[in-house]
Structure formats: C-alpha cells, structure tokens
Design a protein around this ligand. Structure first.
Ligand code: AGP
Length: 626
C-alpha cells in the first residue's frame, strides 16, 4: 500500500501541493519517495519532445526527498506527480522508488498496487531489447506502455488503455510523457480520487491531500481511466474507451478523520481493512482449479521444506500466536512435525537444529530484535531460514533465504490486527502448497480448500458489517468489576483464544488469559464466579460437543459465557449469556473469522475505558531491542 499524488493546474501550486500531499499519505508507506516535475516547452526546452520531465527520488520519508532536491530546481510547474512507497517488489532504495521512467523516456509514472503478471510482461520486454534499472513491477508497466505506444498505439491515451488491457493485478497510476501535455490516470482495486479545485486538479490515493484545497471529489471506479488535457479539461472513460460522465461528491471529512479513513482510530480502521488485506495476501497466489498455488517467494526453499524432518516456527507476541495457528495447519496438511518457540527463548535454549531443518520466522515489522537474533543464530547452525513478513525490505526479510510477504499494508495501530490475519492466511497458503506437493491433498479436498480460502474476504466483510452486538456485549463488560477475563477454545481455535486475551491486555490493560478449554479443569476453573467473563470460541467444526460441556462446567459455577458460535447455532444461544455469530467454515479456516469479534471486543472495551488504543502505554509498534 503506497500513496500517490498528482497535480495539474496553476504553476505556482504544482510542486508544493504534491509534496504536502505525500506528507499526508505517509501513513500509507514511508520507506522511499519521489516526484516528477514536467516543464513545458520554453521553460526548460528539450530538443527531443518539447517537454522535459525531471524525476527526483530518495530513500526514506518525504522529508528526506524534499531535502535532497537541489535549491536550483525550478519549483514551479503545472503538472507534477509524486509517490510515497510501501515496498512490495524490490527493497526500499532510490532505484526502486517511484516515479519510474521507461527505457526510452517516453513514459513516467507512479503506481500504487501490485502488477501480478509483471514477470510475464518483463520476459516479453526483455526479448524486445528492454533493460530494467529496478526490481519493481511498476517499471515493467512503464516500459510496457512505451512498448505498446511504439508498436501499435497512435496516441498516448490509447497506449495506456491498450497496455492496461494486458495487465493483471491492482493499480492506481498517474502517467505523464514529455511527448504530451496530458496527465493520464487509471484505477483497478487501488483507490484513486480527483479533487476539483478552482486552481487545478489534485489527484490522490485518498482525500487526505485534497480536502485542504477542495471538498469536491470524483472517485474513480475499477477499470476506469481519466485524462486531463490543456490543464483544464477532464475526460473520464472505461478501458474500452466509452466516455463516462464524472460524478462529483462533496466530502465533509477533516484530515485526521481521513487518515483514519473516517474511523475513530487506526486500530478500528485496520480491523475493518481485513476484507481487503486478506484479499491482498491471497491475490495472485490463489490460482484456479487444480493449478499449484503461485508463491514465487518460496520456490527456492520448497525442496528443503518438503523434505524437512522438522520445522521450527519462531516469533514474538501476536506473531507467535500466528505461529501456533501455522503449526496446526502445516501438521494437518503436510504431516511434518512443527515446533513453535518464543524467539527470545529459542535464542538461548540451545535448540537441537539438525542439517535440513527449516526455521520459519514470523514478524509484521521485520525488525523485532528477538526474532532477528534467533534467526541469525539458527542460520549459524545451518538451518534454512524462511520468513513470513509484512514490511518489505525489512531486516528479517533480507536475512531469510526465502519468504512470503503478507501484503497487509501499513499497520499503524500498535496492537496488531490485519497483519495477524495476513500471517494466518499466508500460513494457510504455505500449508496447502506443501500438503498438495507432498500428495497429502487429493483433488476434491484441494478444490474445497481453495474455494473456502477464496470465500474468506466476503465472509470477513459480513462479520465487519454487523458489529452492534459486539459493541453491546463489550458495553456490559466495561465495568471495573470485570478485571479478569478468560478466553477458551480447542484445537485450531486455541491460538485465537490466546490472541484474543493478548488484544484485551495490551489495549485495555485488563488481565486476561487464554486456555485450552479442557485445561481449565486442572486449575483455572477455581477463578470462575459471577464476575469472571469467559469468552469461548465454540464453533460447530472441531470438538463441538466437548466445548459445549466445558461451557456447562463454567455455567454451573456462575461464570458469564460470551460464546463465539457458528451462524444458526440455536443450541448455544440458549446456554450462553451472550453470543456472537460467525460464518460457517471448515475448522481449518475458523481462526480467521473467530479473531475479528475478539479484536472488536477488546477495542470497544478499551475505548469505553478511555484507553489510547493506537498507542497503548508501555508498548511500541516494533520492539527493536532485546
Ligand atoms: C501485537 O499486537 C504487539 N504489537 C506485539 O505483540 C507484536 O506482535 C510483537 O512485538 C511482534 O512484532 P512483529 O510481528 O513485528 O515481529
């Protein structure tokens, strides 16, 4: 998830609008940034095409970029495009920063999204003599548009339109050329908004860079393009060139709100982004029919994974809970033993690592010191390293031999939410790929697993659409008298009970513990009384009868039961004090659904206790010290 900004209009505004717009979008990505300034003929005439485009890029945030641009640069232009990056392909560097320019300089563009078939296009371009300076999918797109323009298109707009018809993936792009005074934009999946101001057009990934200048905004829809020419004429069209009448919406949101996407906090925004972020994690990897799952990042290490005697998974905090969920999925489908360790313990426990063993490190930030140090130790002992990471180009992403990026986007809230479900989705893909290659999954099961995975974003959207019940329940348990919570579950859901308890602890400062449901008979049941809320994940698939009897044990000691149940489960609705329904699903994928009501429950309780949910006390988003 990156941020893009463009401006066409009055010369005095150009560069400043784009730079301040990029600053507003930095929450979307901040590992590198760049702008391209277009000068008209006579301003800095260029004998080749009449216009000249100057491209400035820098590693780091927008401030680093701004400070790197020489004073001598003419800071006046009626057309400027810019980008602040959240790396997906190619580590953060000036070379991989946007804007990218095509080999023969006909095209300069900024892009937010992922071009899934970039390798196919790149192979074709190399055959046509193209060379590349970066590792990005975006540079491939710039060259593809140039190639199409030179090969078949008559004009700039057709070149972009035809080129996009060959592209698979997500994109919001702004494209300029020294051969034209047009600015062209297009959108598919990634957001793009056009602000209509008196002095010009401000185009951006969201309204944050726009509302300072105008509240009149046109939101592009998927497969739509727009062209601005003569700095004043705006045309909208579909990729098949049919014209569209622009619809201007009045956006009454202040900046703070927009950065939070209209939500009260980054955490609530990120919880609500999970439909999209889980989709981003499986996008381009979940293939059709019996096709193998496409996960280029793991091809290199697949042989080691498949013949591993043992797999270790190490992580910290929420990522450690994802590791436990991963163990269940890998052991179920690949039938290879998996040991899960806290990275800080693994580091010093002198683990028995044998040649051929694989150590998987799971981390959102990619900078957690305990996980990094433990992986470095495992590497010294000859283990193959594999990473499940969100931050592209982070230290751990560069340390491991191979890995999967979760593509969850920037996670600002300290309490991890969307990165966690991204990790669990990535582990599900890994387990499915290994199980299939080891011949443990027959065609029917494989197709069933794939269709279940494909249905997840829709089902998550359904949960997120109905949160009033969760709010009402949280409201009942905000009272100070509820100072301890128990979270119970069985099997695949047990790690989610632990994660639910951690979320409540870290943002509401209430003591909470997660336990395997059957285990409470061996001690914790002593805690149960009428002031002990017990959250039980009691879904239909996986030990249902057993968990129902556990609930009866707690009820008979006046415990308060808040049950996460499968849609339509009338039995538990009669037993539990409160219940929250989640969609029907196989035991394998229930963790992805059961997590969300628990995230929301802890969120609402914390807010009602006036806690700072985005920056809880004593915590940091990335723990870079041991
Ligand atoms: C989770 O909400 C916390 N922020 C924390 O437990 C976190 O999961 C842990 O510090 C690990 O971070 P990582 O995933 O970036 O390595």
């Amino acid at each position: 998830m990156c941020g893009i900004v463009g401006y066409v209009g009055s010369k005095t505004y150009g560069p400043d609008v784009v730079i301040s717009g990029l600053r507003r979008l930095e929450y979307r990505g901040y590992d590198s940034a760049g702008i391209a300034i277009r000068y008209n003929p006579g301003e800095r005439s260029d004998e080749m095409y009449g216009h000249i485009i100057e491209n400035w890029r820098e590693q780091g945030g927008v401030d680093e970029l701004y400070d790197s641009i020489p004073e001598s640069v003419i800071w006046e232009s009626d057309c400027v495009i810019g980008h602040t990056r959240w790396a997906t392909h190619g580590a953060p560097s000036r070379r991989n920063a946007h804007p990218h320019t095509s080999m023969n300089r006909a095209i300069t563009l900024v892009h937010n999204g992922i071009i899934e078939n970039y390798e196919t296009l790149k192979t074709k371009l190399i055959q046509e003599g193209y060379e590349f300076e970066s590792q990005t999918d975006t540079e491939v797109l710039a060259n593809w548009i140039e190639y199409i323009w030179e090969k078949s298109a008559t004009d700039f707009v057709s070149a972009v339109r035809f080129a996009l018809q060959d592209v698979v993936g997500a994109y919001a792009i702004l494209v300029i050329s020294p051969k034209s005074d047009q600015l062209i934009m297009a959108k598919k999946s990634s957001p793009l908004a056009i602000g209509v101001a008196e002095h010009g057009f401000i185009i951006a990934s969201d309204a944050t860079p726009i509302v300072e200048y105008t509240k009149d905004i046109i939101y592009l829809e998927d497969d739509q393009m727009a062209v601005i020419e003569n700095n004043i004429d705006l045309r909208l069209m579909n990729l098949d060139a049919t014209e569209i009448d622009p619809v201007i919406e009045r956006v009454d949101l202040d900046l703070e709100q927009i950065e939070k996407g209209g939500f009260d906090s980054f955490m609530l925004k990120e919880i609500n982004e999970q439909t999209e972020t889980i989709q981003n994690c499986i996008r381009g990897r979940l293939t059709d029919d019996l096709e193998p799952l496409m996960m280029g990042g793991i091809d290199g290490i697949m042989p080691q994974l498949l013949r591993a005697n043992k797999i270790f998974i190490i992580a910290c905090g929420t990522s450690w809970h994802a590791a436990l969920a991963g163990k269940n999925m890998i052991e179920k489908l690949a039938r290879i033993p998996v040991e899960v360790d806290y990275a800080s313990e693994f580091r010093y426990k002198d683990p028995i690592i044998r040649p051929g063993d694989v150590v998987i490190g799971i981390t959102q930030s990619g900078e957690t010191a305990d996980t990094k140090a433990a992986l470095e130790m495992a590497k010294e002992r000859g283990a193959s390293l594999f990473g499940i990471v969100n931050v592209v180009g982070s230290s751990i992403a560069r340390l491991v031999d191979a890995g999967i990026y979760t593509h969850s986007g920037v996670e600002v809230g300290v309490a991890s939410t969307k990165a966690f479900t991204g990790q669990v989705a990535a582990l599900a893909l890994l387990a499915m790929r290994m199980g299939r290659q080891l011949g443990n999954i027959n065609d029917d099961s494989y197709l069933r697993l794939k269709s279940a995975l494909r249905s997840i974003p829709k089902k998550v959207a359904k949960i997120l659409a109905n949160t009033d019940d969760i709010l009402a329940i949280a409201d009942e348990y905000t009272d100070e008298k509820y100072h301890d919570f128990l979270y119970l579950a069985r099997g695949f859901n047990f790690p989610i009970a632990l994660e639910g308890a951690l979320k409540l602890k870290e943002i509401s400062y209430i003591h909470a513990e997660g336990y395997p449901a059957a285990e409470i008979k061996h001690g914790p049941i002593a805690l149960i009384d009428h002031e002990m809320p017990v959250i039980v994940i009691a879904t239909k698939k996986g030990h249902y009868e057993k968990i129902v009897s556990n609930i009866h044990e707690i009820k008979s000691r006046n415990g308060k039961i808040i049950a996460i149940v499968t849609e339509g489960d009338e039995t538990l609705k009669k037993i539990a004090d409160h219940w929250i329904e989640i969609p029907e699903s196989s035991e394998f994928f229930t963790p992805l659904f059961a997590t969300i009501p628990l995230q929301l429950m802890s969120y609402y309780i914390a807010v009602m206790r006036n806690c700072n949910v985005d920056q809880p006390r004593n915590l940091a988003k990335s723990v870079t010290v041991e």
